[in-house]
Ligand binder design. Structure first.
Ligand code: SF4
Length: 262
């Protein structure tokens, strides 16, 4: 079995959201949360992620769920290059901040002399503003935004690059992008399998690769499940084999649980 190293991994922690933006490609909020077994299976099967993104729904909607994820990352001694959360900002609070601090300490333990922090990116575009301005959570949102902006975790605003023809956005009368699969590739050498550009794992463990409405992804971009399938087999079945190396920024020494920049 090869050690799997992913360039980018998106984890959908929950499909719940407390907003209902008109451009949301995810569609309506679904009461689906990732369970601990699924989190553990991800971190068991994947040896390293260069860029880990935690998204939703709203990934900070449930403190207990959020804490379970941080606990699982830390207890599994999972190796990663960087970690980002994409949030609508309404649920950020002191309890979430204290979990981010734990994660930060863990990341810094991995990188030792090379300080870095986990990142929180705030969704902020004309549609989110429209959604929040008359919303009962608007006061909370601006209060949280001020807190986030002065925290060490805030890394920027996420504006819209394109609107996908998916979920709530189907009703918008504007130019939209179709949901398409990425071209996946992998490189294998000496028991290590590097994959790019992106994999996503939905809250129930479905292995997918693109953005869009969760029910649609499960029907049309469903490559298996991290709880029942070997990720290595799925990658080899779906992705093109490359004969040149996929470019990671970090060399991982898994025996010492330490990273060395190359
Ligand atoms: S765009 Fe983001 S914040 Fe808005 S409804 Fe969708 S998941 Fe929630």
């Amino acid at each position: 079995m090869s050690k799997i190293r992913l360039t980018n991994l998106g984890i959908v922690l929950t499909e719940r959201c407390n907003l209902n933006c008109i451009h949301c490609m995810r569609g309506c909020s679904l009461a689906h949360d990732m369970d601990i077994k699924t989190m553990q299976n991800i971190f068991k099967q994947v040896d390293f992620v260069n860029n880990l993104t935690i998204c939703g729904g709203e990934p900070m909607i449930d403190e207990e769920l959020f804490t379970s994820l941080i606990d699982t990352i830390i207890s599994s001694q999972f190796l990663l290059g960087s970690l980002s959360f994409i949030t609508n900002g309404t649920c950020y609070n002191d309890a979430i901040a204290s979990q981010l601090l734990r994660l930060d300490e863990y990341i810094n333990h991995l990188f030792k002399d090379n300080y870095r922090s986990c990142n929180v990116a705030l969704s902020f575009d004309e549609y989110h503003i429209e959604q929040i301005k008359e919303h009962p959570l608007s006061e909370q949102y601006f209060h949280n935004m001020a807190k986030l902006l002065s925290s060490p975790y805030y890394c920027g605003l996420v504006d819209i690059n394109e609107i996908y023809d998916s979920g709530n956005a189907k009703k918008l009368d504007i130019p939209k992008m179709a949901i398409e699969a990425y071209s996946q590739y992998y490189y294998e050498k000496k028991g290590k399998l590097d994959h790019g550009p992106l994999l996503s794992i939905l809250s129930d463990g479905t292995i997918s690769e693109c953005d869009g409405e969760f029910t649609y992804l499960r029907e049309h971009f469903n490559y298996g499940n991290i709880n029942t399938d070997a990720l290595e087999n799925i990658i080899k079945k779906r992705a093109v084999k490359c004969y040149t190396k996929v470019g990671f920024n970090y060399h991982v020494n898994t025996s010492q649980k330490n990273f060395h920049k190359i």
